[in-house]
Write a protein that binds this ligand. Sequence first.
Ligand SMILES: [Zn+2]
Ligand SMILES: [Zn+2]
Length: 144
Amino acid sequence: MRGVDGLELSAKRAEYLKYIFNQGDVVRTTDISTHFSVAPSTVTKTLEDLARSGFVEHSPYHGVRISRRGREYARFLIRRHRLLALMLSRHGLSPDAACREARSFEWYVNKSVVDSICASLGHPVMSVCGPIEHDTCCCCPADR
Ligand SMILES: [Zn+2]
Ligand SMILES: [Zn+2]
C-alpha cells in the first residue's frame, strides 16, 4: 500500500487524523482545538503539515477534510490499534487494559509487523474495542 509502508506520523498528528476520519466530513479548526484542548494556532500549524503531506485537504470556512491517502492511513491506524489490543487480550489482559496498553506502544509497530500479527491471530474480524477491517488488509489476499 503506497504511502503507508515506511511512513509514520507522530502520535499527535495521528490522533488528529483519526479524529478527522471519524467525523466523516469537513472538520473545523475550532472543533479540533476544542476536542484536544489545544490552541487554534497550534491546530492550524499541524493541519498545514498534514495538508502538505497529502493527508487532508483544506476546505472553505477554515476547515479540512480527509484525503484518500489520509483515509487509508487512518484505517491502518485503527486496524493496528485493534490488532495489538486483541493480541494483548489473548495474553491475559482485560479488554480495558489491553486497549490502554496498546495505545502506549502502537506507534512503534510498522505495517509488516501488524500484518504478521494479523496472520498469526488468524485474520480476526473483532477486537476488544471494535471490528477489525480486512478489505484494506494486504496480508489477507494470499489466504483467500
Ligand atoms: Zn482499543
Ligand atoms: Zn489479515
